[in-house]
Ligand binder design. Sequence first.
Ligand code: CUA
Length: 161
Amino acid sequence: MIHVDRSEKIYIIISVTLISVFFIALGISSFVYGFQVPVPEQRVDPRTIATPAPDNPFGEPGLRELVPGKKYEAYVLAQIWSFTPREIRVPAGSTVTFYVTSKDVQHGFRINETNVNMQIVPGEVSKLTITFDEPREYDFICHEYCGVGHQSMAGKIIVEP
Ligand code: CUA
């Protein structure tokens, strides 16, 4: 049997305990709180992303209804220093998948008081899905510094009864 020093044993126990706590926290955040890692959904050309075309939903950003009252897609275009659209209205109980991209610099997209929080990189589409259960309003904001008008880059989601 190898001799392990008492203080070394303590450090091993602390390390293993910490790693276990981190794994449990990761499991709880993903399975209980529905934590999702935003992945680049698609590559796009930021120079032409705002151009209307039949195969380009960002040419006319906004809400698309998939199942009335239940399932929606929201295409949001970020630019200095605003989002298009600025306001999104959905009925309570609806599940909305957000597709967000930028036509200029890097932005952020965070819906306050939810776990929707994405980096918006020009050339990539970021995607996250969320269900709005209660009628209320949410602010969405740009949370990556993008220039002098950064602090005014925001919008609203209105969940209607
Ligand atoms: Cu866009 Cu900060």
